[in-house]
Ligand binder design. Structure first.
Ligand SMILES: Cc1cc2nc3c(=O)[nH]c(=O)nc-3n(C[C@H](O)[C@H](O)[C@H](O)COP(=O)(O)OP(=O)(O)OC[C@H]3O[C@@H](n4cnc5c(N)ncnc54)[C@H](O)[C@@H]3O)c2cc1C
Length: 379
């Protein structure tokens, strides 16, 4: 029987940050991760946009939350942030949910720099209603991964348990008594803790279910982030919003650009609380709705939509801009069902049980890791 002051389940950026925050308070923390390494899912496979608010002209709450954390995230992760590139936001002439007047008022209200650019040789003004030079940066997920792995592994208060999953939950007095299994080790082991934090993102409802606690109302999408390179476009970024959304921007300091679009990034959608997809085969236990796997490593991952995404984005650019496609990453993106209304991406932290305590931490944006502190501060 091992005892800890807290168990954090899920080794993405939110789980790592929660474990480090608790450890800084002198607590002994177990950080449990199903896979053989930390940071293999959403914290690695994303557009790497350091959100400052621009992206959410229809959700002031999400825009304000991004803006609130941007400065601190930048200060504390400066070495992993790419800030030296031109970042453009644009509005499509056709089908956009935003118009130039609304976007300009929105930026003015949030104090977001936004300069309208009337002529630029790299862009196609026949298709763009308005183009803005903005200030948006990109974090480097690969460097962040290395940083957080080093931080949690070298912290004497944190025990990292890889290849490990919870099998059974129960309570003894004011503590959880939990059975877990580590791949390659025989039998189950036991741990006791007064506090569990669920930071498993796409698997969040599966863990809530194991603890017999309420679920979040979610949708899940198998999403593709394509990586491209362009000597002509260089390290610029372009985001076209809001409706026929598409984006090209530096993937941190890698020298590559990430490419995504609303129409083609999301290959399969699951409207159930657990991510259930037709590519999950019953006989393959490594990926099931209760335990989603690593899509990039899966032989049944979707065929890339990179060329379709590129065709879409080329319409916004002049003919001189050419791109090379390199490769794609795939992962499950989970969203609150309510996000369909205003395209919001809140980070929600709920205390689902007080004694023993259970917190459910559903992450909307990487730079909102500090929301963890608001919840954990009161423990
Ligand atoms: C395609 C895409 C694009 C995005 N773009 C951006 C962007 O540009 N900017 C931005 O700020 N945010 C973006 N996001 C959102 C952001 O990536 C996520 O909000 C954030 O990474 C979630 O972090 P996490 O630690 O909660 O989840 P994850 O990184 O997914 O980590 C969860 C971990 O839990 C583990 N796990 C699951 N079940 C169990 C279990 N039972 N036991 C043990 N471990 C378990 C998983 O293996 C995984 O390692 C994007 C997300 C996606 C998917």
């Amino acid at each position: 029987m091992q005892t800890y002051d807290a168990l954090v389940v899920g080794g993405g950026i939110f789980g790592c940050y929660a474990a480090l925050y608790l450890a800084r308070q002198g607590r002994r923390v177990a950080l449990m991760e199903r896979e053989s390494a930390l940071f293999k899912k959403a914290s690695l496979v994303n557009q790497a946009r350091l959100h400052g608010g621009y992206h959410y002209p229809r959700s002031m709450a999400t825009a304000l939350m991004s803006d609130e954390h941007k400065e601190r995230f930048t200060r504390e992760h400066r070495a992993f942030i790419h800030a030296r590139f031109e970042k453009y936001y644009a509005i499509d002439r056709f089908g956009s949910f935003t118009d130039p007047g609304q976007f300009e008022r929105f930026c003015a209200r949030l104090n977001l720099p936004c300069e309208r650019i009337e002529h630029h040789p790299l862009f196609n003004y026949h298709r763009l209603e308005a183009l803005y030079l903005t200030e948006e940066h990109s974090f480097d997920p690969v460097l962040l991964r290395a940083f957080y792995i080093n931080q949690v592994s070298s912290n004497p208060h944190i025990t990292v348990m890889l290849n490990t999953t919870l099998e059974k939950t129960g309570t003894v007095g004011r503590e959880w008594e939990l059975e877990y299994q580590t791949q390659g080790q025989e039998g189950v082991q036991l741990l006791r803790t007064p506090l569990v934090i669920n930071a498993t993102y796409a698997a969040i409802n599966s863990l809530n279910r194991l603890f017999k606690l309420p679920e979040l109302s979610l949708t899940h999408e198998i999403s593709e982030i394509a990586f491209i390179h362009s000597p002509t476009f260089g390290e610029r970024g372009l985001t076209v919003m809001d409706g026929p959304f598409g984006s090209i921007m530096p993937y941190g300091k890698s020298g590559l650009l990430s490419l995504s679009s609303v129409a083609y990034t999301h290959h399969k959608i699951s409207y159930e609380n657990l991510p259930r997809f037709d590519c999950q085969l019953q006989e393959d236990l490594s990926c099931q709705p209760e335990r989603p796997g690593i899509c990039t490593d899966c032989a049944r991952r979707p065929v890339s939509n990179a060329q379709k995404m590129l065709s879409q984005m080329r319409q916004y650019l002049s003919e001189q801009v050419v791109f090379d496609y390199w490769m794609s990453y795939f992962t499950i993106k989970s969203k609150l069902k309510s996000s369909h209304i205003d395209d919001s991406r809140p980070t929600e932290i709920a205390c689902l049980r007080k004694e023993p305590a259970f917190y459910c931490l559903f992450a909307g944006k990487v730079n909102s890791i500090y929301e963890v502190e608001k919840a954990v501060m009161n423990l």
